[in-house]
Design a protein around this ligand. Structure first.
Ligand code: CO8
Length: 374
């Protein structure tokens, strides 16, 4: 029996609806203009801050984002609402998040040549789950007819890489044979679309991966996991305070302070060096140099961040083949970003090529996997 663990199938599902920077900015600016007109007296008296205007040029230059996908577009651009209008489903119906999880899970299972009957562990790992219990993972397990067990994990932007590490450990330890890891990143309900600094950052998507032992793998494009590395270091610079205690605190669970907010500049400055050092340390554990790595599937929070990290690793700007960028099309999709990059850019590597999947973000948290094409 092989003790090597491989990623044997990957799946990417994206919503039908696109929101361009121009559409988002037009809506935000109309909201801001109305807010400023309605509150003119208070703003003039210095009692209230005017809402500043947003711009597509700033968004693309500062982040690399050109558009994002939305699970539900209706409502987001409506200045009387500024959030998606997601229909309530009955407890008997498939939940929204399980639905998008299944969309990517089925693609990953097909790519691996597996069915639910082959899987014995399911991890749904993402920045938010739409409810506390029953776990979304157990709903996905049920829908796919999987025997075994499933659980949800929340590690913000590192949810996917940390879950892959859990899957790797479980297979290596013999507590699972075949693990389905799914990242249904339904970010749009947690975005404050009335906040100029963060209204443009996120998009919805779902990704999935199948992991198994190399001797059961029949896939055409499998990747052997050569090493995993995870680190966390406490920071208040990226926060979402939404949670169940709001009910007892008598605070507004839907208040804007409870939505995603960050000090993006500080995050940029602090996380880039941490991520570059983390990656250097990871590959040196296998006596590899950055030049030995064919592809860097990096977290997709900011184009300039990725370029800075790549420059620290390579000493030069990376090509799209070396460190693929997908943030222009998808925006920041929390933990799914590096997995999207892997899904779209992994088939062309040849046996023996090395690559690294890496996430970095809230927590702070950094997770990475060193992989080799089988
Ligand atoms: N339009 C025009 N101007 C703007 C806008 C806008 N939309 N936003 C800000 N500005 C202005 C600012 O007010 C500022 O003006 P001034 O100089 O007069 O003060 C100027 O532009 C420059 O602002 P910044 O210094 O803030 O701009 P940056 O160049 O730093 O870019 C970014 C801002 C894009 C946010 C950048 O700092 C960044 O990407 N940082 C990295 C952040 C990051 O990686 N965060 C991780 C977040 S995700 C995560 O960890 C997990 C959360 C998971 C889920 C979330 C689901 C909702």
């Amino acid at each position: 029996m092989s003790d090597t663990v491989v990623i044997s199938g990957v799946g990417l599902w994206k919503p039908d609806h696109v929101i361009t920077n121009d559409e988002l900015v037009a809506s935000y600016n109309a909201f801001a203009a109305r807010f400023n007109a309605e509150n003119l007296a208070a703003i003039d008296a210095g009692e209230l801050e005017a809402k500043p205007l947003s711009s597509s040029e700033f968004i693309e230059k500062a982040s690399g984002i050109k558009q994002r996908y939305a699970y539900v577009k209706d409502g987001i651009l409506d200045i009387d609402r500024m959030r998606p209008r997601i229909q309530v489903r009955s407890e008997d119906a498939l939940s929204h998040q399980a639905e998008i999880a299944l969309n990517s899970a089925r693609i990953a299972l097909d790519a691996a040549g597996k069915t639910g009957a082959d899987v014995d562990m399911v991890i749904v790992s993402c920045a938010y789950t739409q409810r506390s219990y029953p776990a979304i993972a157990i709903e996905v397990q049920h829908a796919l007819g999987i025997e075994g067990f499933g659980f949800d994990m929340l590690v913000a932007c590192s949810a996917a890489t940390f879950a892959l590490q859990r899957a790797f450990d479980a297979i290596a330890a013999g507590s699972a044979n075949c693990v389905l890891v799914v990242n249904p990143e339904l970010t749009s309900p947690q975005i404050d679309y009335t906040d100029r600094d963060s209204h443009f950052i996120f998009g919805d998507v779902s990704t999935a991966m199948v992991l198994e032992r190399e001797d059961t793998c029949q896939a055409d494009h499998a990747y052997r996991i050569m090493g995993t590395k995870a680190v966390t270091s406490y920071s208040n610079n990226i926060r979402s305070n939404f949670g169940y205690v709001a009910y007892a605190e008598d605070t507004d669970p839907f208040g804007v302070d409870n939505l995603f907010h960050q000090n993006g500049r500080k995050v940029f400055k602090e996380v880039c060096p941490m991520a570059a050092e983390h990656l250097k340390a990871q590959i040196s554990e296998l006596n590899l140099q950055p030049s030995d790595i064919k592809r860097w599937w990096l977290h997709q929070a900011n184009l300039n961040m990725n370029q800075l990290i790549s420059r620290r690793l390579l000493g030069r700007d990376p090509s799209q083949e070396e460190a693929p960028i997908v943030i222009d099309e998808f925006a920041n999709t929390a933990s799914a970003g590096s997995i999207i990059a892997f899904c779209l850019y992994h088939r062309d590597l040849v046996a023996g090529d090395y690559g690294v999947i890496c996430s970095f973000g809230a927590g702070y948290s950094i997770g990475s996997l060193l992989v080799q094409k089988c």
